[in-house]
Design a protein around this ligand. Structure first.
Ligand code: PHE
Length: 457
């Protein structure tokens, strides 16, 4: 597809909200509280914020200027900037990661939709602590239900992506992100005003540095990557729709602040309620089952005196997850759709249909790995866990490291300077620090994360 048919975001606000929509997702409301719970609370949050500022923002800026400079999909971007070199594989790796993550992420996104419906139909009312694990186990092992929800989520994502950059991605981000913020604040207020909330607040605000280990730092870096959607070209693809006057540094700062705000607010929603309901931080309460086993029970117990409040909080919480997941699945779909459409010269509709069909096929396999395919183990992991492990623990950090090396060492400094300063129109006193991080700090730090994820460090 030639560049003159390419759309751009209609406004800077739309661009920020779309990129923030990609970043804000299940990573913020599910993974972040789990990581915080398992890594000691406030001390983890401090390290996490340091990782976002030190590594996340410079790498996000790299993705932004690579995309904006080339105005093409992520694989095409590297081909344009480094023709005839193996760097094009960085973009292709990103597309592959987007494809894999979309496939299994849609399964969990489908669960959030099922739980929204369960909450709406007041199905959690009158249930005891012992009932919730069974409700979840029954649901995920039911092949038809979890596949149907996954497909439903994929179709909604498809419909938005097909509408295009301005009237699909931007328009829906502008609707969904403000709704998400409003729900987030309402839920945080409800939770923070619960009796006994102070224990949860203390956990989030009072650091205990004795809890920090090497693993805490590794987990914080890994979480920052996943949460900021770094390393797979989502932000690079979105930036290819940025206008030439978009301030790349400011946009990266805003997106990172929004993402971090949502993660911390999720902690304010979850921990006061969890402690109020008498839960501990034992790994089974705060582990992967947090959202679908612990939380429905927690809301019933914490707000049980006023049933209408327990009902409202549950509905809003699961709807919040649906919104967060949807803005992220859109961005992953767009990475692959832009690639297929531009690299294989196809119209958007056809490209998106191919992406939806193939991702759905892989998604079905992931969904069934909780039911009929439960026994299928590769390297000791279920298919779902394997995809999650390979994409988020290996491909994302690897992509991030290569992006840092590409911009820090390979790319002409002038391109970087011109892009960040909008051809000299903006003052960018932070440029030298960004370069220093991209050249030295990020590659070394990410290499350590990668070796850590592979158990080699
Ligand atoms: N950042 C998203 C989240 O927090 C997940 C994601 C990862 C989205 C990578 C796009 C790319 O849930």
């Amino acid at each position: 597809m030639s560049n003159n048919t390419r759309e751009n975001f209609g406004s800077k606000m739309g661009a920020v909200l779309a990129a923030a929509g990609s970043a804000v997702g299940l990573g913020n409301i599910w993974r972040f509280p789990i990581e915080t719970g398992q890594n000691g609370g406030a001390a983890f949050i401090i390290i996490y914020v340091a990782c976002v500022l030190l590594l996340g923002i410079p790498i996000m800026m790299s993705e932004f200027f690579i995309g904006r400079h080339t105005h093409t999909n992520t694989a095409g971007a590297y081909r344009k900037l480094a023709p005839g070199t193996p760097w094009r594989w960085v973009g292709r790796l990103g597309v592959l990661s987007g494809f894999i993550i979309l496939s299994y992420y849609s399964v969990v996104a489908g669960w959030t939709a099922e739980y929204t419906v369960l909450a709406l139909s007041n199905s959690f009312d009158g249930k005891t602590t012992a009932d919730f694990p069974a409700i979840f186990a029954q649901f995920v092992s039911n092949p038809w239900k979890s596949v149907a929800w996954m497909l439903g989520f994929m179709v909604v994502t498809h419909i938005i992506v097909v509408r295009g950059v301005k009237s699909g991605i931007e328009k829906f981000s502008k609707l969904m992100m403000p709704a998400l913020f409003v729900i987030l604040v309402i839920l945080a207020i409800c939770s923070v005003t619960l009796p006994g909330a102070s224990q949860g607040l203390e956990f989030l605000l009072k650091p205990d540095f004795s809890k920090i280990t090497g693993a805490t730092v590794l987990n914080a870096m890994g979480q920052a990557f996943f949460s900021l959607s770094l390393g797979l070209g989502c932000l690079c693809t979105y930036a290819s729709y940025f206008g030439n006057d978009t301030n790349i540094g400011k946009t990266a700062l805003n997106v990172s602040l929004i993402d971090t705000f949502v993660a911390i607010m999720s902690g304010f929603i979850i921990f006061p309620a969890v402690f109020n309901a008498g839960y501990t931080l034992s790994s089974s309460d705060i582990g992967p089952s947090l959202l679908f086993i612990t939380m429905p029970n927690v809301f019933g117990q914490a707000f049980g005196d006023i049933p209408a409040l327990a009902y409202g909080v549950s509905v809003l919480f699961y709807f919040l997850l649906v919104l967060a997941a949807l803005t992220s699945t859109i961005s992953m779909h767009e990475v692959v759709t832009a690639y297929v459409s531009e690299e294989f010269d196809m119209n958007r509709h056809k490209a998106a249909t191919i992406v939806t069909a193939t991702c759905s096929a892989v998604g079905i396999i992931c969904a069934l790995s909780f039911g009929p395919f439960e026994g299928v183990k590769i390297f000791g992991m279920s298919i779902f866990d394997l995809f999650d492990y390979v994409a988020s623990n290996i491909f994302l950090p690897l992509g991030g490291m290569l992006i840092a090396i590409f911009t820090g060492w390979y790319l002409d400094k002038k391109i970087v300077r011109d892009e960040i300063s909008n051809n000299g129109a903006l003052r960018v006193p932070y440029l030298r620090i960004v370069f220093f991080i991209l050249r030295y700090v990020a590659p070394v730090a990410i290499a350590i994360i990668l070796l850590g994820q592979l158990g080699l460090f």
